[in-house]
Design a protein around this ligand. Structure first.
Ligand code: NAD
Length: 456
């Protein structure tokens, strides 16, 4: 294990040199980050293929394109995000002016997840750098090839006192968490999220937790059947279902289920062919442990599409399970794999009640053409973020915050929201010296109290 204390101390010293306060420095580092990523693009494709058997097309679409766009957006906006913003003054503080001055938190730790290993480890780093922090990034050990590539390309190109990758699993993360970071940004499951928060509390380090959960897709009568099936199949089976914001299960209005299942079946066949194991566009399960966890959720009696598995290849076919109830194994935890359970509901109140009885989801997708249902669902159900008549794509807009609520996480990032997550908003009052409201000082008199009551 390397000497974490030394690296953290060197980052703190570098931060205290004020070098990262310079916007020009931040922009240079972000541009360099982009160059390093682009120069290593082929290596990243190979690593992702080795970890997931994922095509370069999908890696570009779901990881690199978003990452590149985030860097470019941050380079363009960082100067205006960093500027102190003047806010209105209040009577008690006149004559004077008030400002909010964003300042970097300091030395940050970013802990990545394995499912989109580049994006989920690097996108928070973009925010950390844009906001003027130093960064230690710890990728997930589960996507080993990707972790190795990230460590090499970053550590060969950046000074460790500014941006450094430390590889490892539980042991290394536990040791790292003992250090007094100024910010911890964690992506992964809620159980580890609690460990992170406990460790952070020792140093009162602020945390952002990007967690998961069971994200529903509600489909009402009248929804556009073909488009609904297309977007659900894409969002669910992308990355072999190993996507934090994938629709975990379908809640379908009675009368809509049969036609929807039919449309989904057709769509799977159209995208992945008769044998999805041969499809270039169908990703494998990350490791044997997750393969076993997922196959244990399959209930032969309820499978209506797919269900085929191949342990040697870590392959699980895109699978649909019908007549599922909340008592089934598949409904006890976030699936995080290519298994899609279908549940039915009588009316929208019933669907909303089923979701609200459970922890707040990271995402919610609503497929409907009804304005009143749209209004009702978005008003009444709490969830991290989501979409009307689509899946997943809300996270590709840097103008929207991305993050969970309750059990699905705390805090958010992407674009300006990421910058804010890695910044402290310092309040500054600039006071003129030619006037002072003497009523605030003793001796206290009835007359002064009257004026004070008027002023405050
Ligand atoms: P994981 O196992 O890769 O864990 C994430 C990180 O936590 C890794 O870096 C790992 O080394 C570290 N870790 C694991 N156990 C630890 C421990 N005991 N102490 C300290 N560190 C530890 O990821 P995962 O949990 O398998 O990922 C899947 C979960 O993550 C799902 O719930 C998914 O929804 C969620 N997720 C959320 C987002 C999001 O953006 N909200 C993105 C991806 C995944």
């Amino acid at each position: 294990m390397c000497d974490y204390k030394k690296i953290v101390e060197s980052q703190k010293d570098f931060f205290n040199s004020n070098a990262t306060k310079d916007i020009k420095f931040r922009k240079e580092q972000l541009r360099k980050f982009l160059q390093v990523l682009k120069a290593n693009e082929e290596k990243m494709y190979d690593a992702i293929y080795a970890d997931f058997r994922k095509s370069s097309y999908e890696t570009y679409e779901t990881e690199l394109a978003i990452l590149y766009a985030e860097i470019k957006h941050s380079v363009k906006k960082v100067r205006s995000w960093s500027r102190p913003k003047r806010v209105a003054a209040n009577l008690a503080n006149l004559p004077g002016s008030s400002f909010i001055m964003p300042e970097p938190l300091g030395t940050s730790l970013v802990i990545g997840a394995w499912n989109y290993p580049f994006l989920l480890s690097m996108q928070p780093v973009v925010s950390a750098i844009a906001a003027g922090n130093t960064v230690i990034m710890k990728p997930s050990e589960l996507a080993m090839n990707t972790s190795n590539v990230m460590a090499k390309m970053i550590n060969d190109n950046f000074d460790s006192h500014f941006f450094h990758v430390i590889e490892g699993g539980v042991e290394e993360t536990t040791a790292l968490l003992m250090e007094p970071f100024d910010k911890i940004f964690y992506t992964g499951n809620p159980n580890v999220g609690k460990i992170i928060m406990r460790a952070a509390s020792e140093h009162l380090t602020p945390v952002t937790l990007e967690l998961g959960g069971k994200s529903p897709a509600i489909i009402t009568k009248g929804a556009n059947l073909k488009m609904t099936a297309t977007r659900i199949v894409w969002g669910k089976f992308l990355n072999g279902g190993q996507t934090c914001v994938a629709p975990d299960y379908l809640l379908v209005e009675k009368g809509m289920k049969e036609p929807l299942i039919d449309a989904i079946k057709k769509r799977i066949k159209k995208v992945h062919g008769d044998d999805p194991q041969q499809s270039e566009a169908f990703v494998r399960i990350i490791n044997p442990r997750h393969f076993k966890r997922l196959t244990a959720l399959l209930d032969e009696k309820k499978i209506i599409v797919g269900g085929e598995t191949d342990e040697k290849d870590l392959y699980i076919a895109p699978t649909l399970m019908d007549n599922v109830t909340w008592d089934d194994d598949v409904m006890q935890e976030e699936i995080f794999g290519p298994i899609l359970p279908v549940l039915e509901y009588e009316n929208i109140e019933d669907a909303i009640a089923q979701i609200k009885e459970r922890p707040k989801p990271l995402a919610l997708y609503l497929f409907t053409n009804s304005k009143s249902i749209e209004k009702k669902v978005f008003r009444e159900v709490s969830f991290g973020g989501g979409a009307l008549n689509d899946t997943i794509m809300h996270l590709a807009n840097p103008n929207l915050p991305f993050g969970g609520v309750g059990n699905s996480g705390m805090g958010n990032y992407h674009g300006k929201f990421g910058f804010d997550t890695f910044s402290h908003k310092k309040a500054i009052l600039k006071k003129a010296t030619w006037f002072e409201p003497w009523v605030k000082y003793p001796p206290f008199t009835e007359g002064k109290l009257k004026i004070l009551k008027k002023l405050l």
